[in-house]
Ligand binder design. Sequence first.
Ligand SMILES: Nc1ncnc2c1ncn2[C@@H]1O[C@H](COP(=O)(O)OP(=O)(O)OP(=O)(O)O)[C@@H](O)[C@H]1O
Ligand SMILES: [Mg+2]
Length: 522
Amino acid sequence: MTDLTFAELNLSQPILQGLTDMGFEEPTPVQTQCIPPLLNQKDIVGQAQTGTGKTAAFGIPVVQQTDISVQEVQTIIMCPTRELAIQVTGELIKIGKHIDGLHVVPVYGGQSISRQIKALKRGAHIVVGTPGRTIDHLRRGTMKLDQLQRVVFDEADEMLNMGFRDDMEQILSYADQPVQTIMFSATMSKGIQKIMKRYMNNPQTIAIERKKVTAPNIEQYVVEVRDSVRTEAICRFMDINGFKLALVFCNTKRKTEKVSRELQSRGYSTDFINGDLNQNQRDRVMAKFRSGAIDILVGTDVAARGLDIEDIEVVFNYDIPHDPEYYVHRIGRTGRAGRSGMAITFTTKNKKKQLRSIEKQIKNQLQPLNLPSTAEVQESRITGEMDDLVEVLEKGSLRPFIEQIESFADDRFTTIEVAAALLKKVTAASESPDQSDSTSKSYDDSAMIKMHFNVGKKNNVYPGDLVGAIAGESNVPGNVIGNIDIHPHHSFVDVPGKHVEDVLKFMNSNRVKGKKVRVKVA
Ligand SMILES: Nc1ncnc2c1ncn2[C@@H]1O[C@H](COP(=O)(O)OP(=O)(O)OP(=O)(O)O)[C@@H](O)[C@H]1O
Ligand SMILES: [Mg+2]
């Protein structure tokens, strides 16, 4: 692997400036490998894991090759969903921010066609569209392809499912000249090969070397619970891990609304997205999610491909996706651009076959994880509150409150009792019946359980490793380099740092040694 810089990829000064503004310091592998042949007009099929920068891998050469003086469509980029078309347009505009007069226009169904026609008339160099609306414009003659140089299919395998062949033929029939054909996706189905032969000119496949189909920085778990417990389970995982932003996938439109409502009634700020919403509604929901105004977005597979939302910490598969490839795309909404992420898939005993086909697809096993009990969730709430309290205590200025507590805690209550009552009040869970315990493993109170530290590449331990290991189901790949006897049933403690050395040191320190604790890695 070469460590080329963007400057060494022969990019123009305005583009380099744009990339710097975007905070891109160096190209990702898919960018290093695809940008040079794309600048050389090669037909490329590019495959790289989710969140690794495929958009800029085709976006940078597309922008660089645009001749601003020619006020005609030179590139069409096809995307499977409207949200993705909007997002890709945004990324290209950012790349070309310092190029005066560059016009990138999104065209998708659900938006007023007359507005799009106006935008196209003003002169669009790059059109980013969904297939239906793009072809609509071609038929109406509101988009001319005399100057078309290239067509990009983002999420190419999905475009194939959506009738790629027809779309491709239609587009080409509107352009007489040969065009460069470019395809990108994290997954490539066999059908792509046929398409490549038929429509591409001496295509080069660039697949980024990888052992796993899914990004390595996503911790993947499977949780066996009864179907009726899934919403409750989402809440518990959210609380116990302190997640702020989550995406939940359901297999039907109806369920997205139902699950969103159930989560809302449990006090989360949520919304749902599916193909039945009109474009305005969809835009509003996405804007709320992107701005962090909602904590949990519940969606169908319409939200599975390509969407890049910073800081989604966890993806839940409320339903197992029907298509194993969709598993890859769904969970790829987290762990983007090298960040870490967690994916939790709910299952029941009779869905073993579906799970296995996913594991086959991703060439990896999902790690079993138990549903946290209500007691554990409550413990983690208390630990969280205590941490916040330390901050308040350290800031001081408590005198007036101390006086109030002292006068309140007369002969009936001690000050400690008052403090305890306040803590109870702020950590009070919305008590829901604990339906989980019949499905989750029960711990043997008297037994000490060995906890293994499963160590990943960076010698880090992760919360999931520990929980899985506590349940005695530690088969996370990696070296087990330390283990420690702990009691399974007592308070969580926060461990300083994720490095296994920190954990071991802390566990052996006086503060914890001999005490009955369970570990939560912060
Ligand atoms: N060279 C880079 N340096 C830093 N961040 C980058 C770089 N290239 C892309 N990114 C950022 O990485 C994130 C993921 O990129 P992108 O959406 O293009 O991924 P993708 O490979 O298309 O994923 P998916 O398969 O899910 O569509 C984006 O936020 C993008 O801005
Ligand atoms: Mg993408």
